[in-house]
Design a protein around this ligand. Sequence first.
Ligand code: NAP
Length: 324
Amino acid sequence: MKAVHIKDLEGPSTVSVVDAAPPVRKDGDVLIDVHAAGVSFPEVLQSRGRYQVKPDLPFIPGAEVAGVVAEAPADAAVRVGDRVAALPFLGGFAEQVACSADAVFPIPDSLGFEQAAAIPFNYLTAHFALRRRGRLEPGETVLVHGAAGGVGTAVIQVAKAFGAGAVYGVVSTPEKGEMAVAAGADEYVLADGFKDAIKTATGGRGVDLVADVVGGDRFTDSLRCLAADGRMLVIGFTAGSIPEVKVNRLLLNNLDVVGVGWGAYALGRPGYLQGQWEDFLPKLSAGAIVPPLGGSYALAEVRDALEAIDNRKAMGKLVLRVRD
Ligand SMILES: NC(=O)c1ccc[n+]([C@@H]2O[C@H](COP(=O)([O-])OP(=O)(O)OC[C@H]3O[C@@H](n4cnc5c(N)ncnc54)[C@H](OP(=O)(O)O)[C@@H]3O)[C@@H](O)[C@H]2O)c1
């Protein structure tokens, strides 16, 4: 089968498409004919050995896919021929992948494979961040950093679908701001000077939640954007540096800084991912969540997709068309 290989740790430019042996389905796994795969920031990190998951080389990356069930255990909730999205976490950039049945999800007929492939990784992260870790209540306001990116657009859409009030996107360019608004944000502000812009937009009150995938030197100003009782969700560090926090800022306004480590949490709790999907599926079926795609690439163009993310050019979610 055709598959993408990471064979060294030199970054996106040496990632290649190879002929690889198809996966062997183990007990409890579902074998999926992959039609599309989502591309995310962690795959760029993996191409340099900078992600927390470090498989032996060479390996097939690809955390999330959409496709058709080719083989399934007798007791699985899905059957041969079902259209599904899935979270193999690795191996998804290939014509076939084997995935634990616990991480295979039915998709509505209305959803195309490319959009379905955009959902599991980012939207279940956003769901965990906002609902479980952030304790989002209806009407609460949310600020989203990296708001035109994969996780950012997912946070915007999940926040809105689960009843948030105003959602503000923080972005580096007006073009990205338009993408955040198209995804459902009420307003965007530019990263440069975002604290003052948010204070103005909220009449001085600030927001109830900040979702941060960027980290770096924005952190203290993000805390200053929080209203009393506010929660700061630490999701990622695309800026490259890990912020430090002076905890007196938390005491003064009763703020929480909350870690969001969705993968480890979900994998350690059988059934958790299926519970998330059950909560999520009605929103998908009703069309309340439609992931904005920023680019669709043939499998052979995988480097272009990874480089777009690496060069901060990507907007919305990028997907690979595995079977053109
Ligand atoms: N905690 C979890 O469970 C979890 C789960 C999934 C992903 N993540 C993490 O979430 C982060 C975002 O992933 P993603 O797929 O949404 O990435 P993405 O689509 O590339 O979006 C990231 C955004 O970060 C912003 N950014 C700021 N400084 C940047 C820099 N120096 N280089 C690149 N981007 C920069 C960019 O927005 P502007 O240009 O507008 O600033 C960009 O749109 C990653 O760190 C990933 O590892 C965490």
